[in-house]
Ligand binder design. Structure first.
Ligand code: ZN
Length: 153
């Protein structure tokens, strides 16, 4: 059983292991739980995704409209979403609109990527990356956690 937050209404939705989360729709509002694109979040939605996403990781792109490298990376991050979802939920946090949330994440330079599992930050990096680099970095960061989970630790 996995659990994902609906991007449209914020409801937590459980998805059975034999169902593809990419094809699942929200039990409350009927919207798809995933699209091909990362989800734009505010501080509240970010908190909900972090706290209530179960059985999947959460990858946050902290960006700002005035940041050229951030805008250049946006299509790369979107391409990475299509490859990483649903094992990883990709979110975008606008640090200009949500400076407090970005500060609480400890972000100083952007673009910054933060990877969460079970609500905890397990990896972070800064600087523009290609889709290939984002996918490789994320999978590498998740590899030890998955190995521990499989060995029962
Ligand atoms: Zn919904």
């Amino acid at each position: 059983m996995r659990q994902f937050i609906c991007p449209a209404c914020g409801a937590a939705n459980r998805t059975p292991d034999d169902k593809d989360p990419l094809a699942a729709k929200c039990g409350r509002c009927g919207e798809p739980l995933f699209s091909a694109h990362p989800v734009e979040v505010n501080a509240k939605a970010l908190g909900a995704h972090r706290a209530s996403t179960k059985g999947a990781a959460v990858l946050v792109d902290v960006w700002a409209p005035w940041c050229g490298p951030c805008r250049a990376m946006a299509p790369q991050f979107a391409a990475a979403a299509a490859r990483l979802q649903p094992d990883v939920r990709l979110l975008k946090l606008n640090s200009e609109a949500e400076p407090q949330a970005a500060g609480e994440l400890g972000v100083s330079g952007i673009p910054a990527l933060l990877l969460f599992r079970d609500g905890r930050a397990i990896a972070r990096t800064a600087g523009a990356m290609s889709a290939d680099q984002i996918v490789a970095w994320t999978r590498q960061a998740l590899a030890p956690a998955q190995a521990r989970a499989q060995s029962g630790g």
